[in-house]
Write a protein that binds this ligand. Structure first.
Ligand code: GAP
Length: 507
């Protein structure tokens, strides 16, 4: 049994070895928290994007997409609140010289207490056997109740101090909880300070403050500032949505955990504009829809969970995360937020342009309310990759690593392989390849033994391997091998495309 940390290391190494993800500028020893997607990574990424775009835009008659510029007028970020409030509270350890997010240090401490509760549950389950009632245990066991009370009181204090900007109290809390630096083990902390996460640069050649612009920290604002354009030109009627995917940039101070937290990443966001007062109904609708989207990839429901925000942003009246069971534990993958009319109203005030919708059914104008779904593409990639990574011991005693990526997301759909590199088999295999390449991304390879070539395709998650052998020359049949079962069946060349497309659709 490998532990989660080892498993995560293996996944990262595999992603590099097989052309999925490389450290950015690796020949110069890399750039922290920035990654490049390789030849298979980009295909998987594009397939995830495609799945999201289709589900949001193509399958909803009232959602359209846009592609806004990364650079935006600087007032955008004043209006959105990012200039004043897009900060992380950071604390340094004077001995290790490492910097941490103060709230994450406290949340990690809370996770440890939660771990103690889980231990109690496990112990009791063992003791009581089949008659064990977990809910009853959690609500009555004195030790568990004590832990729960501790958690509640820490959370209350942390979030109220953060909200009121009482950073000195956050530091006091860290000290009182006896939190030590995981590197140096010391409690020698600096004060807690706020750091803005936006990257800035200069527009044009003048380096004056007036020319300062930002790299967008979220794609959402490109949607809000285009609300009027899209609503008018698309003659959109509320409720309707605008979707967008693209790069976002955040100067994450604590950037680690591979592509989970990066400084340059991609978001897929949708803002759904609704009547004021109807936002919570739509919030529930999108919570359910988005979870269905995740489950549509064939990953079981046990790998996902909802997490309600303890600390609502000042503009939100409801917020849930969808968390995924990453190798480092359950962490945020997507956010669903009811953002009220905060953004549109603020852009209305800062731009002086009226941003309202005339509702013909109500015969009145209003600033629409917004329900947002916001998912990280790179985190979805990591979720798919880490769930797919499987080490298997085969019946003959050998081992294989196979990426059980849902076939419709797999980078390569079929590999076409001549059994040997002679007797006219390569020529025939290339004919087969040419017949399939217009429908699917295929792969052709003739080097090495067929077994080695199968293993390489397993390692990049190719669902089908088509082998051209001597019998093919006689009767135009090939073998088609399925990745997960490794079962092979003999089929006519004219049937391959139909077989693959039926199986890809099944998912
Ligand atoms: N418009 C709302 C918004 O941006 P967020 O929770 O800050 O909300 C949404 O970000 C999603 O973007 C997250 O759930 C996560 O999947 C992804 N994300 C955020 N920061 C990220 C980072 N530094 N690296 C990778 N993905 C990130």
């Amino acid at each position: 049994m490998v532990n989660n940390e080892d498993r995560f290391k293996k996944i990262i190494a595999h992603a590099k070895e097989y052309g999925f993800v490389f450290q950015s500028s690796e020949i110069y020893d890399g750039l922290a928290a920035t990654y490049d997607y390789g030849q298979y990574g980009v295909e998987l990424k594009n397939n995830i994007k495609n799945y999201w775009w289709k589900s949001m835009v193509q399958y909803h008659e009232n959602i359209v997409g846009i592609d806004a510029a990364i650079f935006m007028h600087p007032t955008t970020w004043k209006a959105s609140g990012h200039v004043d409030a897009f900060n992380d509270p950071m604390i340094d350890n004077k001995d290790s010289k490492k910097r941490y997010r103060a709230d994450v240090l406290v949340e990690d401490h809370i996770a440890k207490i939660e771990g103690k509760i889980q231990k109690e549950v496990k112990k009791a389950a063992k003791r009581f056997g089949e008659s064990f009632d977990e809910q009853q245990f959690l609500s009555t066991n004195p030790r568990v109740l004590k832990y729960q009370k501790q958690i509640e009181s820490i959370k209350k204090r942390l979030y109220s101090s953060l909200e009121d900007e009482r950073l000195d109290d956050v530091k006091r809390l860290i000290e009182e909880l006896g939190i030590v630096d995981p590197v140096s083990g010391s409690r020698n902390w600096t004060e807690v300070r706020q750091f803005n996460l936006m990257f800035s640069t200069q527009l044009g050649s003048l380096s004056e403050d007036a020319n300062k612009i930002y790299l967008r920290p979220e794609t959402a604002q490109g949607i809000f500032v285009n609300y009027l354009n899209v609503q008018k030109t698309g003659r959109m009627k509320i409720p309707f949505g605008i979707a967008q995917m693209g790069k976002a940039f955040r100067n994450e101070i604590v950037a680690r955990q591979f592509i989970f937290r990066m400084r340059e990443f991609e978001q897929m966001e949708m803002q759904f504009f609704v009547r004021p007062g109807e936002e919570l109904k739509w919030f529930e609708y999108w919570k359910e829809q988005r979870m269905k989207w995740h489950l549509g990839m064939g990953i079981p429901a046990s790998e996902y969970r909802f997490h309600e925000h303890d600390n609502l942003a000042h503009y939100a009246n409801a917020a849930f995360d969808i968390e995924f069971n990453f190798p480092m534990g359950f962490k945020e993958l997507e956010g669903i937020h009811s953002r009220t009319d905060f953004d549109l109203k603020s852009h209305q005030e800062h731009s002086g342009k009226k941003i309202q919708y005339f509702d013909p059914e109500l015969n009145e104008s209003y600033v629409p309310y917004v329900v947002e779904t916001s998912i990280g593409l790179d985190r979805t990639f990591l979720a798919v990759l880490s769930y797919a990574y499987t080490e298997e011991k085969l019946e003959d005693g050998s081992e294989r690593v196979v990426l059980k990526i849902p076939p419709f997301l797999a980078p390569i759909k079929a590999a076409v392989l001549p059994l040997v590199k002679k007797d006219g088999l390569p020529e025939k295999a290339l004919e087969v390849f040419d017949g399939l390449k217009y429908d699917y991304l295929c792969f052709y390879e003739e080097k090495d033994s067929i077994g080695k070539r199968y293993r390489r395709q397993d390692a990049i998650g190719t669902p089908y391997c088509i082998t051209v052998d001597h019998k093919t020359l006689e009767d135009n049949t090939v073998t088609i091998r399925e990745r997960d079962t490794m079962k092979q069946e003999r089929v006519g060349i004219d049937k391959i495309s139909e077989i693959i497309s039926t199986r890809l659709k099944e998912k």
